[in-house]
Design a protein around this ligand. Structure first.
Ligand SMILES: [Zn+2]
Ligand SMILES: [Zn+2]
Ligand SMILES: [Zn+2]
Length: 101
């Protein structure tokens, strides 16, 4: 997954401009044959994520430096987990066919 700079960037996944307070709709990620809940921005956070601008309680845009991987606890953008898809809550209700993964 390509790293992108937050300033005036558009999220490749949710297609939203990463403005302050814009949360990503990608609440889940797919790796190792299943969907995982992504780790949201700390709910108590009063400002927004300094890297991707997601608000407290929202979700980081994929590629954010500070997004944590729910599988290994490392940095989602740089860890060794094979994250093949990002999905919203609806997508996460359905399995991803292996040939697409
Ligand atoms: Zn996004
Ligand atoms: Zn972020
Ligand atoms: Zn990981």
């Amino acid at each position: 997954m390509a790293k992108q700079t937050a300033k005036n960037a558009t999220c490749e996944q949710c297609r939203k401009e990463m403005k302050p307070g814009a949360s990503c709709v990608m609440t889940h990620l797919y790796a190792d044959g299943k969907w995982w809940d992504r780790i949201p921005v700390d709910e108590d956070r009063k400002d927004h994520c300094g890297d991707c601008n997601a608000p407290g309680g929202g979700y980081h845009h994929p590629g954010c430096d500070t997004a944590r991987c729910p599988i290994c606890g490392g940095q989602e953008a740089f860890c060794d987990c094979e994250i093949t898809h990002m999905g919203d809550a609806n997508a996460a209700l359905h399995p991803v066919p292996e040939d697409e993964a």
